[in-house]
Design a protein around this ligand. Structure first.
Ligand SMILES: NC(=O)c1ccc[n+]([C@@H]2O[C@H](COP(=O)([O-])OP(=O)(O)OC[C@H]3O[C@@H](n4cnc5c(N)ncnc54)[C@H](OP(=O)(O)O)[C@@H]3O)[C@@H](O)[C@H]2O)c1
Length: 443
């Protein structure tokens, strides 16, 4: 169907007293959304003048118990039925995953129906295609909940700050890893013990890979970078390193040197182009992100005129995420009710992506070495030969072994790696025990 032609019909459906919602997914976020739409309908109507009615909900398992009232015919296990249902005027996708969510969203947009989604994985991989489909159809595609859960960050980046020249966005965008790292830093817990605690509290899945490997944060970094810089950065362009190799020993060295270790999404624009990466990093204790503890999330934005902004709050959880989804639902309904062709909220221009190997990074390197004369000189020349200069060295000897900590100046990532490779060839180097990138300029 021609989307533009179907638009007046959708507006007519929206102008009914109650706006028909089709929900794809009724799990953590979808369930909270239904409860809110039902339980707080009067308050929503009083504040916005809009009333909503959930007409169809697509789920996997029709027999599963739901924590909202299920009326006859409300649930279906055919998600396309939700999208195509005649009185569904607005589609909310909270089922997750790339398939079939992507095709469902395209089908809704092509039918001229506004779409709200919380799906970071899908937006980070098929964003331009979906955004272009929404633009063609002249309807909104909103995804505030895709990054930072309940923290408003997509709308500030793509609308409020649309006229600002942004240079850098730093984010703690995964609550599971931030909880684990907080436990390690503050309680001296091992990675395994902190992960087990996170699982017990429901912060981490039974299979925590997507969180601890940095993959979840990489999808969010791709979205943040794309919106901040207006050049598309896909999830495949984001370098991602997880937290699995971090140790409590490095956490306590970090604290001694005035840092805290966080899993950080770093999105940057330099003269060479734009980049996005996710890795553990030492952050100076006086940086605003250093105080983001537990499962909290935060995004720190640096721009020419605004200097810096901090957005912080609950980055996940059914209730806070449902707030973000509901805000988009209200926004999409208002915009569509206005009847006009919806102007695109973001356009992407071609731009250079800086390869990770060329990114300037600073490293903290902890080595276990034989405590013999001359070893320091060999290590210094290992760094020097790779073009990396050393900012500070700290040494502590135990018997005839020593722990040696080197913090470098900025150098291209490729040079830092070359230096580490050459250190591994020095006989007196027993082990390169850990490497962690350093943000900021503390000693
Ligand atoms: N949870 C959070 O804190 C959070 C925060 C921000 C963003 N998000 C995003 O929000 C989305 C939903 O997350 P969630 O935590 O609510 O997930 P969830 O609890 O696993 O719920 C997924 C829902 O989708 C349904 N579903 C899955 N595949 C389906 C299919 N092929 N056909 C029909 N129904 C299907 C499931 O049905 P059944 O109930 O029958 O199994 C379930 O109701 C994801 O994109 C996630 O990344 C979540």
């Amino acid at each position: 169907m021609n989307a533009a032609a179907s638009k007046p019909a959708i507006v007519a459906v929206l102008m009914e007293r109650s706006i028909g919602i089709g929900l794809l997914g009724a799990g953590t976020v979808g369930g909270a959304l239904v409860r809110r739409l039902v339980g707080e309908s009067d308050a929503i109507a009083a504040k916005t003048g809009l009333t909503f009615d959930v007409r169809r909900i697509g789920v996997n398992d029709l027999e599963r118990e739901r924590d909202f009232e299920v009326t006859e015919g409300l649930l279906t296990d055919d998600p396309f039925e939700v999208v195509n249902y005649p009185t569904v005027a607005l589609v909310v996708e909270v089922m997750g995953g790339k398939d079939p969510a992507g095709d469902l969203i395209l089908a809704a947009l092509e039918a001229g129906k506004p779409v709200v989604t919380a799906n970071k994985e899908l937006i980070a991989s098929r964003g331009p295609e979906l955004i272009a489909a929404a633009e063609r159809a002249g309807v909104p595609l909103l995804f505030e909940a895709a990054v930072g859960g309940g923290i408003p960050i997509i709308r500030p980046l793509s609308e409020t700050l649309a006229g600002e020249r942004l240079d850098r966005v730093l984010g703690i965008v995964n609550g599971t890893t931030n909880y684990i790292l907080t436990q390690m830093a503050e309680e001296g817990a091992s990675y395994a013990a902190a992960l087990a605690a996170a699982q017990e509290l429901g912060y981490a899945e039974t299979d925590p890979t997507a969180d601890v490997s940095g993959a979840d944060a990489a999808a969010k970094a791709a979205i943040l970078a794309s919106l901040a810089f207006g050049t598309w950065v896909g999830v495949e362009d984001v370098y991602a390193e997880g937290i699995e190799d971090l140790t409590a020993v490095d956490m306590s060295f970090a604290a001694e040197f005035g840092y805290v270790v966080k899993l950080v999404a770093v999105c940057e624009r330099t003269a060479d182009g734009v980049s996005a990466r996710v890795h553990p990093a030492m952050i100076p204790l006086d940086h605003p992100l250093a105080s983001i503890r537990g499962a909290m999330n935060a995004v720190f934005i640096e721009g020419v005129a605004i200097e810096s902004l901090l957005f912080a709050g609950p980055g996940a959880g059914g209730e806070p995420t449902a707030t973000a989804v509901l805000g988009d639902v209200i926004d999409a309904a208002r915009e569509t009710l206005a009847g006009a062709q919806v102007a695109p909220r973001i356009r992407f221009s071609p731009g250079d992506l800086v390869p990770f190997a060329d990114i300037q990074t600073r490293w903290y390197v902890r080595l276990q070495v034989d405590d013999r004369p001359g070893v320091l000189a060999q290590i210094a020349s290992g760094f020097g030969d790779a073009g990396v200069s050393i900012r500070s060295v700290w040494q502590e000897g135990v018997d005839d072994e020593a722990a040696l900590i080197v913090v470098t100046h900025s150098a291209p990532e490729a040079s830092q790696r070359e230096a580490i490779a050459s250190l591994r060839k020095i006989d007196e180097v027993i082990e390169v025990a850990s490497v962690i990138r350093v943000l900021g300029t503390n000693p």
